[in-house]
Design a binder for this molecule. Structure first.
Ligand SMILES: Nc1ncnc2c1ncn2[C@@H]1O[C@H](COP(=O)(O)OP(=O)(O)OP(=O)(O)O)[C@@H](O)[C@H]1O
Length: 225
């Protein structure tokens, strides 16, 4: 589904990622961990085509990302839902409008029916908050809303960048359950996190593999987490 082959990436300073190879199979559930600044967000950005590899090959849905034109890249991105680290909401818009944004941007305004949005927001426990504005939400509510927005186009892949970064244990478990539910629906899930307790909790719910960035490379971690 997503395959990195001998990929390196540099922002202009030193090389951040070097000779990285990894493969995310359809329907798999992975965590990506590593110290702050190791390159977790960078790998997610590469996976959804926001960055291109400096060298090496990245294929998404069996297509070499470097060969895609703008329209093909846009189509590819619609199949990937992203939960950004900072949620990235537009504060002047309501929660319903924010969550529907991927639909409106892709010209599917008519399909953004209020009942569908209500159903989606109910799934993340925000069914009564359609008309709230992002600044009125707690950290956990914002994270859940960001997850709802990430899946509104029914993506095949969900990438989540520290989705439990600013929430308490109970809320992180709730978010985890939602991500596991998405995986059980067949979606490929990749979660970047520092949170080892989240990883341990996931292991009783889903067959999760753990990738660790160390010394510019990505390795599959052992079962000793
Ligand atoms: N646009 C950019 N230009 C230059 N350097 C960047 C850019 N974005 C990230 N970096 C640098 O690349 C390194 C990796 O950043 P990245 O955000 O991928 O790490 P991370 O593992 O996700 O970190 P964290 O856990 O703190 O979120 C950091 O040293 C960061 O400062």
């Amino acid at each position: 589904m997503i395959e990195l082959e001998n990929l390196s990436y540099t922002y202009g300073g030193g090389e951040l990622l070097s000779d990285v190879s990894l493969r995310l199979q359809p329907g798999s559930f992975h965590f990506l961990t590593g110290p702050s600044g190791a390159g977790k967000t960078t790998i997610l950005k590469l996976c959804y085509g926001a960055l291109l590899p400096t060298t090496g090959r990245l294929s998404v849905f069996k297509q070499d990302i470097a060969r895609l034109d703008r329209d093909q890249l846009a189509l590819m991105r619609r199949r990937i839902g992203v939960v950004h680290q900072d949620c990235q909401f537009l504060d002047h818009m309501t929660l319903a409008e924010n969550v529907a944004l991927p639909l409106t941007v892709s010209g599917q305004i008519d399909t953004a029916q209020r009942e569908d949005l209500s159903e989606l927001l109910s799934w993340v426990g925000l069914g009564t908050r359609l008309d709230s504005h992002p600044p009125e939400l707690s950290g956990g509510e914002r994270q859940r809303a960001a997850l709802a927005r990430a899946v509104i186009l029914s993506p095949d892949v969900v990438l989540a960048d520290e989705p439990t970064g600013n929430v308490d244990w109970e809320m992180s478990q709730r978010l985890l359950r939602l991500l596991v539910e998405l995986n059980k629906m067949g979606k490929t899930v990749l979660i970047a996190t520092h949170d080892m307790s989240l990883i341990r909790a996931a292991k009783s719910q889903v067959q999760a593999r753990v990738l660790r960035i160390s010394q510019r490379q990505v390795q599959l971690a052992g079962a000793d987490l």
